[in-house]
Design a protein around this ligand. Structure first.
Ligand code: PLP
Ligand code: ZN
Length: 412
């Protein structure tokens, strides 16, 4: 495997590719580092990827697996990249593309990170899967465990959307609902993971491998655009893992010469009711002050984001930004995307679309830009967000009643 070590993001100390996630020297987070052979024949390297499976495993050479692509489990990735001309026209942007990650097995991008973390966990001999989740990760872990015949435990805040709890419990997992918010859930899981040997918490002790799964979104976008980077990415931020790893994916492939272009401007999207990263960015701070979340965007409701400082740094370095939008703007964002593309997203995608709209209105987006928005979860997961945002015409089953309701006769 090209993955070489786990490396501390702060002091660069290296560790073996096992279930470590925090540096013993400085408590910094660990990240997978690679020693890729230089790509001498770009066309051949691209062909090799294209001949691979229709899933994230076509990128197995760039993921931390010793044994190559797994033959079992629920495959994730290879989701559509859709040109959204009506949305672009509405916002006065030249080109907008939607990376539709609702088209994953459990309808969010979390299937990607779970596939990679689980594959590595199995190589390391773990028998039980677990996670600390804001909802979608619980869906993905429960389904992946079911597909592999593994036992699983998913820890969630008790006040999650009912749709997400139902769509998790159905897989026969152990649903542990905590009286508290995500940050409480995460703290408990860190404690449990220290006590339960043989348990792979995909986003705690397996976090470095989990994080690598998000890179596959960047690989796919570049491949789908004809081996080119877009000019700008708009992506939601919860812990900041997805946002920062999308950039890592582009940077790895740019360095290998597999794609042309440069690192896109990276714009992060948060809900005003939980915007520690946007606040730090606005204030010019390097670290994020923890907040107590209060927003309908529950999948993004992480008050103390682990990768927050790296997200702020990336937004600055790439000439992007981090923007927050209100719950009303999120609802309007869901409607805007649905009405102009036919894609129904959960609240996190409402955040992303609303931030795109805001950037367009503020004149932040250049007249010749190609922008990709990353839509990370399906609208059926958060139905309450669109309740009462439209009218249903309830009528008697007669033509007169229909004419009355739509006033077609009067218009004549
Ligand atoms: C988890 C999640 C995110 C982003 O999570 P990060 O912790 O920032 O990687 C975005 N959208 C949805 C729908 C999610 O479930
Ligand atoms: Zn360190």
């Amino acid at each position: 495997m090209a993955a070489e070590a786990l490396k501390c993001r702060e002091c660069k100390t290296e560790y073996p590719l096992e279930a470590h996630y925090v540096c013993e020297r400085c408590f910094g987070p660990l990240e997978v580092s690679y020693a890729h052979k230089p790509v001498t024949d770009v066309a051949e390297a691209r062909r090799r990827i294209q001949a691979g499976p229709q899933s994230v495993w076509r990128y197995a050479d760039f993921l931390p697996l010793a044994g190559g692509p797994p033959q079992v489990g629920l495959p994730a990735g290879c989701t559509p990249l859709i040109k959204a001309d009506l949305l672009a026209e509405r916002l006065g942007i030249k080109e907008v593309w939607v990376k539709n990650d609702t088209a994953n097995p459990t309808h969010s991008f979390k299937d990607r990170v779970v596939s990679v973390a689980t594959a590595r966990a199995r190589e390391l001999g773990f028998e039980v899967l677990a996670c600390a989740s804001t909802g979608n990760l619980a869906n993905a872990v429960a389904a992946q465990a079911a597909a592999l015949g593994m036992e699983s435990y998913v820890f969630i805040p008790a006040n999650l959307e009912e749709q997400k709890i139902l769509a998790t419990g159905v897989y026969g997992t152990n649903v542990v609902a905590i009286h508290g918010n995500y940050d409480d859930v995460n703290r408990l899981c860190t404690e449990v993971s220290g006590e339960r040997e043989g348990w792979a918490f995909v986003n705690v002790n397996m976090r470095p491998y989990y994080a690598e799964g998000s890179k596959t979104i960047a690989y796919e976008i570049a491949e789908q655009l004809g081996w080119e980077t877009p000019d700008r990415i708009v992506s939601p931020i919860a812990s900041g893992s997805l946002f920062t790893k999308i950039a890592k994916g582009f940077e790895e492939w740019l360095e290998l010469g597999l794609i042309t272009g440069s690192l896109p401007k990276m714009n992060g999207a948060q809900a005003t009711g939980c915007s520690p990263v946007a606040q730090a960015y606005e204030a010019g701070h390097d670290v994020c002050r923890p907040v107590k979340p209060d927003t309908i965007a529950k999948s993004l409701a992480i008050g103390n984001p682990a990768d927050g400082p790296y997200a702020v740094e990336l937004a600055r370095r790439s000439d992007g930004g981090v923007t927050a939008v209100t719950d009303d703007e999120i609802r309007a964002g869901i409607r805007l995307l649905a009405e102009t593309t036919g894609i129904f997203t959960e609240t996190a995608g409402g955040v992303t679309t609303a931030v795109l709209q805001k950037l367009a209105e503020q004149g932040e987006i250049g007249s010749d830009e190609r922008v990709v928005i990353v839509i990370t979860g399906d609208g059926l997961k958060t139905l309450d967000a669109v309740r009462d945002t439209f009218e249903t015409h309830t009528i008697d089953p007669t033509f007169d009643a229909f004419e009355d309701a739509f006033a077609i006769g009067a218009a004549k």
